[in-house]
Design a protein around this ligand. Structure first.
Ligand code: UD1
Ligand code: UDP
Length: 367
């Protein structure tokens, strides 16, 4: 029997983290041939993840340009993907999440009539402009998907409510928990020069809809927290997006008890999450990982497509206004009962076995 080729696309840091367990599981399968396509929508941040997981792409489009626009990136991706699909003719394509890489992959797969598996399907805020442009990307990707791999029952229910066929929707858990288990088992170090006598506030920021005034208000809240809590040290690995980098470096460069650093590689970042007292972030992935590590997250956004952790009480949506953000963080720093109520190890996003379920479904339908 000839092996069936499954092409896996990864473009950005979170896609690579969440696809790494799937790639590993496909590579271990004797009947499937896994081909990894890096669009390199992110360059340095993608390479960092691929190195941690020992993944060498079979194809690398090297598409990233500094300050790339959404239309420019989408157009360049579609043209290059068409060439790749013509040469590779895979039996199936897998894409993860809601980035521009996913939108372009889904469209290119549809145009070439190649079935698409969407990993982390069914996330929704219900507001097409928030997060921007990710909500649109995932809604469109769902329309073009053959296998919807939903991370939670809630995500699966949303897809069913939108009318997708029940036999195309499967609850797998989120593959990020597979990746997290793999790395956390190594008990990783942060590689940072932390003060063991101080509490650690870990912060990440990068969402497009927060650029400008919201990001400035978030920085105001962080500044106040650092001024009001001398026992606090803040680590902020700065995303490469120039809209984030300029603002954050100008605000916190040289500030007392603040470590601004390059994006941490995944092992070091898991080490930092494990060591943190409190995490404040607008990241999607961090909302899924931190609860599995028992760390409270204040979500610096107006909406979230990950309500499971909010409902469980282990993350909290605090918006982007300065005072509510500051007050929520201060409460957790001052009130042990409020802290303990959030710092519960819960994993609403999976059991670490999602990748195996995805590969089993592909085997069932492709072989
Ligand atoms: C992208 C995704 C977002 C995801 C995030 C993960 C889209 C529209 N956005 O946002 O959903 O949450 O990745 O981090 O797909 N850059 C570098 N090196 C890197 C990465 C980025 O220099 O390794 C800079 C470049 O100037 C690039 C810019 O950041 O043009 C923006 O990158 P892009 O992928 O377009 O958007 P992100 O904000 O990273
Ligand atoms: N992450 C990392 N290093 C960092 C910051 C984050 O490895 O310095 C990881 C984090 O653990 C999570 C992922 O990157 O798995 C989230 O990526 P990001 O916040 O860029 O994107 P999103 O999840 O919001 O799409």
């Amino acid at each position: 029997m000839t092996r069936k080729t499954v092409l896996v696309t990864v473009g950005t840091r979170p896609e690579a983290i969440k696809m790494a367990p799937v790639i590993r599981a496909l590579q271990a399968d004797p009947d499937l041939d896994c081909r990894v396509l890096a669009t390199a929508q992110h360059r340095q941040m993608l390479d960092q993840v691929l190195a941690v997981f020992g993944i060498t792409p079979d194809i690398d489009l090297d598409i990233m340009q500094p300050g790339q626009t959404l239309s420019g990136l989408t157009g360049r991706l579609l043209i290059r993907l068409e060439e790749v699909l013509a040469a590779e003719r895979p039996a199936a394509i897998l894409a993860q999440g809601d980035t521009t890489t996913v939108l372009a992959t889904a469209l290119a797969a549809f145009y070439d009539r190649i079935p698409l598996g969407h990993v982390e399907a069914g996330l929704r805020t219900g507001d097409i402009t928030n997060p921007f442009p990710e909500e649109m990307n995932r809604v469109v990707a769902s329309h073009l998907t053959r296998w919807h791999f939903a991370p939670t029952q809630l995500a699966a229910d949303r897809l069913l409510a939108e009318g997708y066929a029940p036999d195309s929707v499967q609850v797998t858990g989120n593959t990020v928990i597979d990746a997290l288990h793999h790395v956390a088992a190594m008990n990783p170090d942060t590689g940072l020069d932390l003060d063991p006598g101080k509490r650690l506030l870990l912060v990440t920021l990068h969402r497009r809809e927060n650029f400008g005034a919201p990001l400035a208000r978030i920085c105001d809240a962080l500044e106040r927290l650092m001024a009001d809590n001398p026992d606090l040290q803040m680590v902020l690995p700065v995303h490469h997006n120039p809209n984030v980098r300029g603002v954050v470096n100008a605000r916190f460069g040289g500030a007392d008890r603040v470590i601004l650093c390059e994006p941490l590689d995944y092992t070091a970042f898991v080490g930092a999450m494990s060591r943190a007292t409190l995490i404040m972030s607008d990241s999607g992935g961090v909302q899924e990982e931190a609860p599995a590590l028992g760390k409270p997250v204040l979500v610096l956004r107006e909406t979230t497509e990950r309500p499971e952790a909010v409902t469980a009480g282990v993350t909290r949506l605090v918006g982007t206004q300065t005072e509510p953000i500051r007050a929520a963080a201060q409460e957790l720093l001052d009130d042990p009962a409020a802290y303990a109520a959030m710092a519960r190890r819960e994993s609403p996003y999976g059991d670490g076995k999602a990748a195996g379920r995805i590969v089993q479904t592909l085997r069932r339908d492709l072989l």
